[in-house]
Design a binder for this molecule. Structure first.
Ligand code: MG
Length: 161
């Protein structure tokens, strides 16, 4: 059977450590903590990268950018997403829409939502209107609610070019 749409899911977790700014969705936000990881630890862009790669059956972010490779140390996740998107495009897909959730006790995402959507839209060559982005807290429970970690989820729909 021949289908011309594909769905993908992405999820990621990173630890919060003292000292800002916080990079989320390719945007640096004034905050007293930052996300820690081998790359720049942009939890939202990592979830989006896995969602688009997954939808196109092109593997995952860890396979494309191994954390054992020194070239990926401190790497800009916008560059990682851009390279993943190039592979997705080469395979004949375009992005129909993304819907994302960021799970964090702080900071509030809403004041930064437009800037983040515009940055993601720029990387993926789409309109901000094709991106859904929501912030959810952990209700002060668990590692999210205690401000130890942030997580992000993304679903992506691809259409054939
Ligand atoms: Mg990650």
């Amino acid at each position: 059977m021949d289908h011309n749409i594909r769905i993908g899911i992405g999820h990621d977790t990173h630890r919060l450590e003292p000292g800002g700014p916080l990079r989320i969705g390719g945007v640096d936000i004034a905050f007293d903590f930052h996300l820690a990881g081998h790359s720049d630890a942009d939890v939202l862009l990592h979830a989006i990268t896995d969602a688009i790669l997954g939808a196109a059956s092109l593997g995952d972010i860890g396979e494309m950018f191994p954390d054992t490779d020194q070239a990926n140390k401190g790497r800009d996740s916008a560059d990682m997403l851009s390279r993943a998107f190039s592979k997705v495009k080469e395979a004949g897909w375009c992005i129909v829409n993304l819907d994302c959730v960021v799970l964090a006790e702080r900071p509030k995402l809403l004041p930064h939502r437009q800037a983040i959507c515009e940055r993601i839209a720029e990387i993926l060559e789409i309109s901000p209107s094709q991106i859904g982005l929501k912030g959810k807290t952990g209700e002060k429970t668990g590692e999210i609610g205690l401000g130890k970690i942030m997580q992000a989820m993304c679903v992506c729909l691809l259409g054939s070019n």
